[in-house]
Design a protein around this ligand. Structure first.
Ligand code: UD1
Length: 428
């Protein structure tokens, strides 16, 4: 796949000088967590597919490599991704690709559905901690697949093909729901997924699949029903806006005491996050496809807990915590999804945040002054959050390991600069 940029991300740093109030508007692109799965969904139908509103981010490039490995051909130009899927697929995702992007595990279901066999390196953990795939495998087993772990690779076989079944998910896992969905669309008979993930990205995936000829109902509810069909066909699909990118720029406005309008987003996808920003004292205005945030001088304390959609998104937790770190009063934040999602707090504490961590709870005592210093971005959202903290902090904040930020944000530095941030990207 053609590259989305020329840089040496591992060596790059982002340097922010705090104090500027952000003003203006920024438009978000398609959702990372939708497009990655929609790329994989294309494998279900031979022919030429097109996705539009695709962000130029590293994860899209990495998923392009996963698709390339199966024999598909990807071309990315001007936010449009064209993928030609061959009749015969190579049903594998090797370790070097899965290690770079854990979401590659999602090819398991569709490759099994198309070819009856799939070998995908066991993803293990990543920057958010140990991340099991037991629910992915249990769901696909219910459809008739058998799995063995062979030398670190999950080898799935469905010699008799896949047959619809009733699957009860213990937890509304996004990835497990997608893997099962992407297998069930071509299975024989009806599949019912009880307690599926209800994220907007799942709903958009179902829309794309239905346009391809699938028969899925109940996406966005707690019961999805899939009637398997014999074959699917390629379509053009526009990816929904990225609610996490939108939320990140909203917090950028809030933390800098500025006023930022985010265009081309779906405010309903951020209901809980906007509610908490309002509780923190932000002015929150919204239209059909935009939100505007007016940041307070000092945010109020706010308690929240991360939960599956429509709860507060775990992928917005670090950005919100960065805001509360400079607030008045004490906030209690509970992280219910990932055990390593508080790892960045050590870096935020180096900037002067007053935080105590007890297992999955963080107690944040707001402080008037954050102070810029060198910090490391441990993952995508925490990396973005540290840059946002730098907008508020005194002096310079230098964020290293910015390749994490490149995984999920196109032109992060340029977009913040266009809002008035004093920020630049440097080669170390
Ligand atoms: C997706 C998103 C990620 C987001 C997360 C939760 C992508 C590429 N990533 O990740 O940004 O933070 O949803 O909204 O879309 N779990 C199990 N067993 C399983 C599957 C999951 O125990 O088989 C656990 C995970 O360890 C985690 C929780 O369930 O604690 C939620 O995971 P899941 O919803 O599956 O997240 P992902 O699909 O990996």
């Amino acid at each position: 796949m053609s590259s989305t940029g020329t840089y040496n991300p591992v060596m790059d740093q982002i340097v922010v000088t705090g104090g500027a109030r952000l003003e203006g508007s920024v438009s978000v692109l398609g959702a990372k967590n939708a497009v990655l799965k929609q790329m994989v969904a294309m494998l279900l139908a031979p022919g030429v597919h097109r996705l539009t509103n695709v962000p130029g981010i590293l994860d899209v490039e990495l998923m392009g490599k996963v698709l390339d490995h199966t024999g598909a051909q990807c071309e990315f130009y001007g936010h449009t991704l064209t993928v030609e899927v061959p009749d015969d697929l190579r049903p594998e995702a090797p370790l070097e690709l899965v290690r770079q992007m854990r979401a590659s595990i999602i090819v398991l279901g569709p490759l099994l559905a198309r070819t009856g066999i799939a070998s995908v390196a066991f993803p293990g953990g990543d920057d958010l901690g140990a991340r099991p795939i037991d629910m992915h495998l249990a769901g696909l087993r219910a459809l008739g697949a058998e799995f063995e772990l062979e030398h670190g690779t999950v080898v799935g076989r469905a010699p008799e093909g896949l047959t619809g079944a009733e699957v009860d998910l213990e937890f509304p896992s996004v990835g497990a729901t997608e893997n099962i969905l992407l297998a069930a669309v071509l299975a024989t008979g009806e599949t019912v997924i009880n307690n599926p993930a209800r994220e907007p990205e799942i709903q958009d995936l179902a829309r794309q699949l239905n346009a391809m000829g699938a028969d899925i109902s109940g996406a966005g509810t707690s019961r999805m029903v899939v009637s398997g069909v014999g074959e699917l066909h390629p379509v053009d699909h526009r990816v929904i806006p990225d609610r996490l990118e939108a939320g990140t720029y909203a917090v950028a406005g809030a933390i800098s005491r500025g006023r930022v309008r985010v265009d081309n987003c779906v405010p309903d996808h951020l209901r809980m996050e906007l509610k908490k920003l309002a509780e923190a004292g932000c002015g929150v205005d919204r239209g059909d496809d935009w939100i505007e945030i007016d940041g307070p001088e000092r945010p109020n304390s706010v308690d929240f807990a991360t939960l599956p959609f429509p709860g507060f998104a775990t992928d917005m937790q670090p950005q919100m915590v960065a805001l509360l770190a400079s607030g008045e009063g004490t906030s209690v934040v509970t992280e219910n999804l990932y055990d390593a999602r508080f790892r960045y707090l050590g870096e935020l504490m180096r900037m002067g945040a007053d935080v105590t961590i007890e297992w999955q709870h963080a107690v944040i005592r707001g402080t008037e002054r954050l102070s810029g210093c060198p910090v490391l971005a441990p993952d995508i959202r925490a990396g973005a959050a540290l840059v946002l903290a730098g907008l508020r902090a005194d002096g310079y904040t230098t964020v290293s390991d910015v390749q994490h930020i490149d995984r999920g944000y196109e032109g992060f530095v340029d977009r913040l600069a266009s809002l008035g941030a004093v920020i630049e990207r440097r080669s170390a």
